[in-house]
Write a protein that binds this ligand. Sequence first.
Ligand code: F6P
Length: 553
Amino acid sequence: MKHLQELPVWRELWKHFDATKSLHMRDLFEQDPERAQRYWLEVGGLILDYSKNRITDETLVLLMQLARESGVPERIKQMFRGEKINATENRAVLHVALRNRTNAPILVDGEDVMPQVNRVLSRMGEFAHEVRSGEWLGYTNQVITDVVNIGIGGSDLGPLMMCTALKPYGHPRLKMHFVSNVDGSQLRDVLEKVHPETTLFIIASKTFTTQETLTNALTAREWFLKYADEESAVAKHFVAVSTNKKAVADFGIDTANMFEFWDWVGGRYSLWSAIGLPIMLYLGEENFIEMLNGAHLMDQHFFNAPLEQNMPVLLALIGIWYINYYGGGSHIIAPYDQHLHRLPKFIQQLDMESNGKQVTLDGQAVAHETAPIIWGETGINGQHAFFQLLHQGTHITPIDLIASLQKRSNLPGHHEILLANVFAQAEAFMRGKTPDEVRVELKEQGMDEARIEELVPHKTFSGNRPSNLILMNKINPRNMGSLIALYEHKTFVQGIIWGINSFDQWGVELGKQLAKTILSELTGETAVQPHDSSTERLIRLYRNANCDKPGTC
Ligand code: F6P
């Protein structure tokens, strides 16, 4: 395979970077009254304003060439064809099949996956209907009022983010709870709020081997059986979502109560699969399908639109421009909507677990940066916390500002303030404030010359700080589906250009392996093995602190 730095356009982009790095966006806007109109794209209910980026027409031409020379169009086709592009795990990558609303066959190893996708989807629909309508009864014949999803990572963040984002569509009787942390206080807090007779537990784990999830599931089961007494009651209160039937059965959940998915669905890409069961329970089958429709709309756009008009491709390339040329090591997700407050965390896993890689597909060390550090917070709260650094700090910090045009609450005046702020931030990042503008402003306030000159450097904003503005006409299941699919595909395109596998996650394994050894040393099951002196000291410290018979541990 050709490596990124071997591509002719890679060098051309460097030359272009040197020639354009001192351009100011403020000037670019002044020179081109059509800039906003030209750097603007609409797909379904989403609008992307990418005009406030440090790009020119030539930048875009070169970046598009980069996408072509990196084989982006061919790689996209390979994914949609069900080819095993997750080479290190020898798996296809087919989250697009989960929302393939045309039902056109997609083959994996010669077999169409659509019948199984549809089968599980309709089983989920039937189950959701029973729970929501009150037909599904607990062991004392009461309706379900609380759903507790026990899962972690991709088996938690997607459903949690969607249920939070779409709360106004939620079933009024159902309260949703999410337990991911093995720190017992999270589960205990939830168990204190719910009642065993009216609670449904979903044990969500792709592998069904994840220590945190299985530990929480076991504790929840023990808690439940203390009340229910009868093993047979478990079937009415515990369901599993997994790809691993055997492990589900070994754990003691009847596989009749299991909703399956497949190894070609990556954990962080799985909210469209049975992992989305909490979403369907909360929002109902119709809204879940709407979410799939929205994602499918973005998939179709991603597959068919020319690169120049392709929203995920544009976002990916603009991101690459900052990461690889400007040296921007982080990227911020700032939703201007309280119910989207889980979105930064979701995108953090999606992007960092996918593209936080140091070798290319052929096992060579990369010679360029890969995934940036993704972080974020609701924009309005961020403004009063870390935005100082974004405006006047020394880092390049590209930011995605995400907002809804339509109001979410009927409280008068609130939404206008929110949108005024998001538009103002984008303008401020781009324009900044020149020393002369500061002087004029301070003079108007009647300040004396000497004091003005002292303050000018502190009150100057360099501007030229990039942002993308993503507007949804409304936050609804369809647009949320499109938004998440947009970020999934953006991540994929960046991975293609960097030449890495976006769909494995070997980097999470080492810590898990070591934790197993250390756990048995902490509990005294095995003697403390040789570690580095720091780790050994820590293990002994813990053992002494938790020793029943001092001197024996
Ligand atoms: O440890 C990382 C990871 O494997 C993620 O990739 C995944 O989303 C999460 O853990 C949960 O895994 P599982 O669904 O198999 O429990």
